[in-house]
Ligand binder design. Structure first.
Ligand code: ATP
Ligand code: MG
Length: 226
């Protein structure tokens, strides 16, 4: 049986994939069999062997356990739109049970699974459920990636509250400096530390080519465990 983390973010494009892949490197580097999962991905490319997704590719290249694409990313859709709409566009209903089947199969061959959500915490996957329900079914502690940009304090506090409503522990948060031009970025970090009551498990600098393997050593895994 494995354990792991569910990685969510303050929004889409805040660095969930980069952070998830860095976490896989960091945890895998400790000797744990570690893999990633991206249960639902919109914004896929047609390849000779089916739809491929950049996030799933990134997670797979960071993992030290090789898995089938359909396990890592059971739901893949071409248009880069809200997943429930992308699914409806091809007559598919995203089913949490099918996601859980893939998750349990990954769990059976790993020690740790890092699951990347879609967009932010409240993103719907169908008319009746969303990614948060997937996190709840998995029962995983949550890591919140805060994309450092104007508005992120509000989004971080909203996310924390929404995660707490689902009774999942927030294992840690990451301050990811995605915007090199952000004003008062250090002051925002200090404010978030005060408001969230804990330091981030990583403060990731802006980089023109962010590489998970280089970001991995910046993650304080001890702070996560505590
Ligand atoms: N620290 C950073 N410095 C510079 N660019 C970054 C940093 N972190 C992420 N990025 C860039 O920001 C973009 C979004 O990152 P990423 O794909 O990891 O976000 P995401 O939250 O996973 O997005 P999605 O919601 O599409 O899954 C990417 O182009 C990535 O290279
Ligand atoms: Mg991503």
């Amino acid at each position: 049986m494995s354990s792991g983390y569910f990685v969510t973010g303050t929004d889409t494009g805040v660095g969930k994939s980069i952070v998830s892949a860095a976490l896989i490197h960091a945890v895998g580097g400790r000797g744990h069999r570690t893999a990633g999962m991206k249960p639902v991905a919109s914004g896929c490319m047609e390849t000779g062997s089916g739809l491929a997704n950049e996030d799933a590719d990134l997670l797979m290249s960071a993992a030290n356990v090789e898995l089938d694409y359909d396990l890592v990313c059971p739901y893949r859709f071409m248009p880069a739109i809200a997943p429930h709409l992308a699914a409806a566009g091809v007559g598919v209903e995203i089913n949490t049970g099918r996601i859980m089947e893939a998750y349990h199969r990954i769990e059976s061959v790993t020690d740790r699974v890092i699951v990347e959500g879609v967009g932010g915490w409240m993103v719907p996957t169908s008319a009746t459920s969303g990614m948060a329900d997937v996190a709840v079914e998995m029962g995983l502690p949550v890591i919140l990636v805060v994309g450092a940009r104007l508005g992120c304090i509000n989004h971080a506090l909203l996310s924390r509250q929404a995660i707490a409503v689902r009774d999942l522990p927030l294992a840690g948060w990451v301050y990811n400096r995605v915007d090199p031009g952000m004003e008062a970025a250090d002051d925002v970090l200090k404010s978030l530390e005060t408001l969230l009551g804990v330091a981030p498990i990583a403060d990731i600098p802006y980089s023109t080519q962010p590489e998970p393997a280089r970001i991995a050593p910046l993650i304080n895994l001890e702070a996560l465990a505590a």
